[in-house]
Design a protein around this ligand. Structure first.
Ligand code: FMN
Length: 381
């Protein structure tokens, strides 16, 4: 029962038992040998804290902001497709739980609930707005209509384009499951049983995504909405710098939870490289991160390195198998872990977190080198 769920791992174990085989395969799988999937979690275990003691930590605040919107904790629910595979209330429960706990929910283009259902789930209570994750459609007019609808609802605070999944990753567990997908947005697809191309929910849903989307299309996507623009799935310092130069407000380091390119780097390593070689970017855009975050300690480590907010994907899908209350419980678990971590570190507010509280030496050999920037880019930094 819910009272026995005291860590996000407990939710994962329960979900493996309770979910359908199809849902478990779709949610849990990573690409090919799942190296990135595993590393996403394990790199956090190689970072050690340097806690300060004898600080008055009797009261601690986890409050922060995301693109200027106050949040109670700088964590968020990542955009994921098909939440209804976990529970019939789907993304509506994500929207409600996020509002109740003052955290941000980023809704996916592949959500199984409609934009209007998510909008209806929100009260007028001051709460961080949802952000909207966009997959660019081969039929650009469809993306245009979608972004305009999302913007007009007034409940979203940013458009975040995913750029690391323009073709479907090869997720073999998912591909072994015959999939039939009908999304509220009208997107339909059928993944056939394993053949050379594979089946699976991932491929069935991804066919409409435009693999030609490039840097040159950024002004077009920007023109669709007055909302701040984000890029999700940025994986190198070089691309972070390009995005910053083009005025992107939110840069979201991610490898799609190890579901796209296997052996892509854990985002934590990209964050470390940014901090080491180009720390000025943290003043020019908000840097978000996800992948393998399962503990309050993981959240705090990413925040210490300059991430403005930290996302979790699978843990919330697993918690959702208990409905709205499950998602709320997962947020509570995480909030308690973040608070305890901060108190034991000797800090009482998010702005006191910094790299001085970490020892990242064990990861030093894995930190990507600085990019070799062209003279024209260097001149404009
Ligand atoms: N990312 C997107 O940008 N759009 C999606 O529609 C999307 N669907 C996902 C579906 C599932 C089942 C999972 C597990 C991830 C999906 N992602 C999607 C990636 C997540 O937004 C996020 O980057 C990833 O789950 C973070 O890693 P974590 O699961 O280890 O926390």
């Amino acid at each position: 029962s819910l009272s026995q769920m005291i860590s996000l791992h407990d939710f994962e174990e329960a979900a493996q038992e309770n979910l359908s085989k199809k849902a478990w395969a779709y949610f849990s799988s990573g690409a090919t040998d799942q190296i990135t999937l595993a590393m996403n979690q394990s790199v956090y275990q190689k970072v050690f804290f340097q806690p300060r003691t004898m600080v008055d930590v009797s009261s601690v605040s986890t409050k922060s902001t995301m693109l200027g919107h106050p949040v109670d904790i700088p964590i968020f629910i990542c955009p994921t497709g098909m939440a209804k595979l976990s529970h019939p209330t789907g993304e509506v429960s994500f929207a409600k739980a996020a509002e109740a706990y003052g955290i941000m929910f980023m809704m996916s283009t592949n959500a199984s609930s409609s934009v209007s259902d998510v909008v209806k789930a929100r009260t007028s209570k001051p709460a961080p707005p949802c952000f909207f994750q966009l997959y660019v459609n081969r039929d650009r007019s469809k993306s245009e209509a979608l972004v305009k609808n999302v913007t007009a609802s007034g409940k979203f605070g940013a458009i975040v384009v995913t750029v690391d999944a323009h073709v479907a990753g090869k997720r073999e567990a998912d591909e072994k499951v015959k999939a039939e997908v009908v999304l509220e947005s009208g997107i339909t697809g059928t993944g056939t049983a394993p053949d050379a191309k594979g089946g699976g929910i991932g491929r069935a849903m991804g066919g409409y995504i435009d693999p030609s989307f490039s840097w040159a299309d950024l002004p077009w996507v920007r023109s669709l909405s007055h909302l701040p623009l984000g890029l999700k799935g940025v994986q190198t310092v070089e691309d972070v710098i390009k995005a910053v130069k083009l005025g992107v407000e939110l840069i979201y380091l991610s490898n799609h939870g190890g579901r796209a390119l296997d052996t892509a780097p854990p985002a934590l390593l990209v964050l470390l490289s940014l901090r080491k070689h180009h720390p000025w970017v943290f003043d020019r855009a908000e840097i978000y991160i996800d992948g393998g975050i399962r503990r309050g300690t993981d959240v705090v480590k990413a925040l210490c390195l300059g991430a403005k907010a930290v996302g979790l994907g699978r843990p919330f899908l697993y918690a959702l198998s208990y409905g709205l209350e499950g998602v709320e419980k997962a947020i509570e678990v995480l909030r308690d872990e973040v608070e305890t971590t901060m108190q034991l570190l000797g800090v009482t507010s998010i702005d006191q977190l910094g790299p001085h509280l970490l020892n990242t030496k064990a990861l030093e050999p894995l930190i990507p080198d600085p990019p070799i920037l062209s003279a024209s880019i260097r001149a404009r930094l």
